[in-house]
Design a protein around this ligand. Structure first.
Ligand code: 5GP
Ligand code: MN
Length: 336
């Protein structure tokens, strides 16, 4: 645990209205859960803050309490830049490098605000003034809960804060399934249930609100798109831009697809490569010790966690797939 937090709730109260909370681009459940969890907590303490996300995010997260107050940076640059430059505190949640918040990173870098980093990714870069970071935490939401109970006031926690935090706990652990789940994760979930949170309701909101089109895309993907290579150890799938258009794919629709490759017996690493037109985006998942983050950093300028990482390529889809097939060979000794 890296902990250099030196503010308390009185400091945040004194900065009410001058607090910005942000998270990585294309925020996922942990990113939005931690951001809105902190936002709702501060609101319950009488502290005004703003959540500014670099980009939009999947609609299965729009039910989160206070989602209607989230500002998406793209399209609101002018006011957001002003808020960031005027801020006393900027909370950076669930990312470890300013590059992960796109253009916003340059503005955050110029701001005189105290930057508070709360994150569970490896090797955070030095862009913060105070941090509460642990790679042993299942999720940033788990850290937000402990940040609140340790440095702020536990009594001000509400059911709405709990719903946000519970969301990050289950989305980042695959519903308490991945190796990152610890007894602390489960204890945190139990404490959150005591706030009145109903897990079944959260699962339903997150996983049972699909558009039929998304499930049809999943059916197509499972039937046609998964290729098994390297003696059954690697599942490789890709989606072309034409396929994204054909199935009317929206932000978040392909979330979780990469995990199906890993559900195949014998597969150690699963990769999904998507042609997003402006960029070829890659997702990697693994079982056991295979280091997706190291592989991604070495060949695709990415990073993340050992068992879940991502990267990108500016090359064509075809060249990217070929590069993947070539580069994975140099990791074949780790494919046990
Ligand atoms: P996903 O495959 O769900 O997009 O990303 C899985 C994890 O990999 C994320 O939680 C994040 O930690 C990391 N990640 C994804 N894309 C990138 C990237 O382009 N760069 C870095 N450094 N990490 C990434
Ligand atoms: Mn996370």
């Amino acid at each position: 645990m890296q902990n250099t937090i030196s503010h308390n709730l009185s400091d945040l109260k004194a900065s009410s209205g001058k607090i910005v909370i942000t998270t990585h681009h294309k925020p996922d459940g942990d990113a939005m859960g931690s951001s809105l969890g902190l936002y709702n907590y501060l609101a319950s303490a009488g502290v005004d803050s703003k959540v500014i996300t670099p980009t939009d995010y999947a609609d299965f997260l729009w039910w989160l309490p206070s989602n209607e107050n989230v500002i998406v940076y793209e399209g609101n640059e002018e006011q957001s830049n002003k808020d960031i430059l005027d801020a006393d505190y900027i909370f950076c949640l669930d990312f470890n490098a300013l590059g992960r918040i796109n253009k916003m990173g340059e503005v955050v870098d110029q701001s005189n605000a105290k930057i508070v980093l709360i994150d569970h990714h490896r090797d955070p870069q030095n862009f913060d003034n105070e941090r509460y970071c642990s790679i042993g935490a299942s999720s940033t939401c788990e850290l937000i809960y402990h940040y609140i109970t340790e440095f702020l006031d536990k009594k001000l926690l509400t059911k709405e804060v709990g719903e946000c935090i519970y969301t990050g706990l289950i989305t980042d652990t695959g519903s308490f399934k991945y190796g990152s789940t610890t007894s602390t994760t489960i204890r945190t979930a139990a404490d959150i249930m005591d706030l009145g949170v109903v897990p079944a309701k959260i699962y339903e909101q997150l996983f049972d609100q699909n558009r039929l089109e998304r499930l049809r895309l999943l059916g197509y993907y499972l039937s046609n798109k998964i290729e098994i290579i390297e003696d059954g150890k690697i599942a490789l799938a890709h989606l072309t831009n034409e396929e994204l258009k054909r199935y009317n794919v929206k932000t978040g629709d392909t979330e979780g697809f990469v995990n199906y490759g890993l559900a195949i017996k014998g597969v150690v690493m699963s990769a999904l490569v998507i042609d997003r037109e402006y960029l070829v985006k890659m997702s990697f998942r693994s079982k056991g010790d295979f280091p997706c983050n190291e592989f991604s950093a070495e060949f695709f300028g990415g990073g993340g966690h050992r068992n879940a990482a991502g990267g990108a390529s500016k090359d064509t889809l075809e060249n990217t797939l070929n590069k993947f097939k070539e580069s994975i060979k140099s990791y074949s000794n780790l494919l046990e």
